[in-house]
Design a protein around this ligand. Sequence first.
Ligand code: PMP
Length: 291
Amino acid sequence: MSRVAYVNGRYVRHAEAAVHIEDRGYQFSDGIYEVTAIWKGRPVDLEGHWIRLERSLSELEIPMPMSAKALTVVARETVRRNLVRNGILYTQITRGVAPRNHLFPANTPPALVMTARSGLGPSAAVIEKGVKVIGLPDIRWGRRDIKTVSLLPNAIAKQRAHEQGAAETFLYTPDGVVTECSSSNAWMVTKEGVLVTRPLGHDILGGITRQRLILIAKEAGVPVEERPFTLEEAKAARELFLTSTTNFCLSVVQIDETVIGNGHPGGLTRELRAQYMEFLDKLEGPVWYDH
Ligand code: PMP
């Protein structure tokens, strides 16, 4: 099966899919993206992803290339053509193609690309063991709430983690307060059993998984506090974990040289992950692809 990409109105072979060299995404990272999980053929929290996509575009004054309803039609077709039952849908929108100039071009239509591929989440062994993270200064810009394709500091952070045998980073501001991870949101469980994650604002991306997990935790009667916490607090926490579209809820068992708890995934983290899996299994709406 050859993969298929949607590029500005056409479904093309993935291997030959291309955009113009003066696409502003390429020259200025002037664009945004979304990654949506596909679970058993259904999109996960699609509405939340489209709401965030529309917000990212609006903050950058890029028009929607089409309505959310039309995006869904293209998304479904992209998933179907790529035979994705468990995997991810990638959507990217840039300010479009124009002669290179920092100023926003007038009358330029935004460019839209969608791809989909099978494969989702870490292996069962990684989930069972939990992951190590490293603490790193957060060197990103001041609008991390906008999901831009400008991911260079995130990529560098992930690379540094990898070089130290870690899966992720807990990024922190100069005062030692944790923002989030390079591609996920950061959480801790205090000694008192309170679930803590940084509140929304310009400093972090409002994760769709974060939003869903807050709902799940509250429904389960787990106390949730949206407040900043420091790297030092994290190191002394009972449990740590991270959330993202592709990792769901993944236990963190070590930061730098500090082992968290007994070095194994904590009980509340496991419970929340189980509840998130239950939420996935109960998704409703049309199945986009099944085989
Ligand atoms: N923060 C950052 C910086 C991210 O890149 C991501 C994943 N895109 C997240 C948080 C988690 O967001 P979501 O749960 O919507 O995948």
